[in-house]
Design a protein around this ligand. Sequence first.
Ligand SMILES: [Zn+2]
Length: 439
Amino acid sequence: MGRGKPASSRNYLPQSGSDEYSVTEYDLDLRYRVATNRLDATATVRGRANTLLRSIRLDLVRLKAKRVKLAGDTAAKYSQTATHLVVRPSAPIEPGEDFTVEIAYDGSPAPRRTRWGTLGWEELEDGVLVASQPSGAPTWFPCNDRPADKARYRIRVTTEQAYTVLATGQLVDHTVTGGRGSWTFEQDEPTATYLVTVQLGRYTLEPRRSAGVDWVIAYPAPLARQVLHDLEPVGRMLGVFQELFGPYPFRSYAVVVTEDPLEIPLESQGMATFGPNQLDGHRTEERLVAHELAHQWFGNSVGLAGWHDIWLNEGFACYAEWLWAERSVGPTADALARQHHAGLRAAPQNLILGDPGADRMFDDRVYKRGACLLHDVRLTLGDDAFFTLLRAWTHRFAHRTATTADFRALAQSFTDASLDALFDRWLAQAALPPLPPAA
Ligand SMILES: [Zn+2]
């Protein structure tokens, strides 16, 4: 990844995805054996050409295409490299024209190694998780792997009957035949490839309804006590976050707790995944429970157009942690902002928040500086205007993508005083700006 990338490039993943076409829908039929880690699958990808399309380049890692069909074109050819599947129509596809590719593929899926660690389809001790941010999706399905290309999904997973399957979307069908269970999910809200997931394990399902939202906890039965205790605040978080950020953007929320410990929890569309180490029965990591839930508004519904704007995901989710503290057991967001600002002052000041670079996308300073920026905006606008701004943001860009420029313009509409200096200080300078005095 990143081979030959000029230092000034704002595309952090130039080898991933294509802007020559957009996908409208993925229909994935996955037949999988946990015992042997064997995947035998069919993906139907429906897309539209954005330009005169001489070839359709899909990201696909490790898995082998066995048969590729381009609807209406029996003479189409295809070829495959270690990271891509390229389909060549017999005649170019005109701009605006729709196409459908059906790909039968198989193999033993495994995570890909990247500068951000191993990503994608990953075997657990007794199950599977998928954690793709930012470039792991092609380890399990052929896709246009760029965050701006959101699509609808239908995912069918067939596996050993003993396992519970959760995947992106609403469960619309579950049948058991010959010792194998089939689970079908449909996700109508546009979804970025990196946020699509499959979680498979010997899970107990605990359905809940809080603040008008259906949500479910999936967990290994022996962990019931610690998991249910630590996730109990999610119900109140759903109430507080809807008040602060606007309506919950999806039809449901699922929290999956794996049996294996995880380095970090992660968000996916309508879902979050934790290890038992993050839910230890003492609510030690309650901030992370709030953080992953907040991503449903910031990152998942309002999505990134490009990875250089990652602070729009992580700065907002981090600030949501502080807001949750303020609205629950404390301390205030102001106290937390000042505490973390002191930490940032002691850290190296060599990060540009508005374009941190591929290596520093997930640097903790992106999270904390982004949250401090938002606190500065809150102190500058006042609480009423600031929270109206947050709700306007999640409403205007719901299920779309947005940029830093979009946020600046929207924030500016709440005051006559120019916010340019504030945003420039935080986004374009390496030196850490001061926080204004508390309101
Ligand atoms: Zn996050």
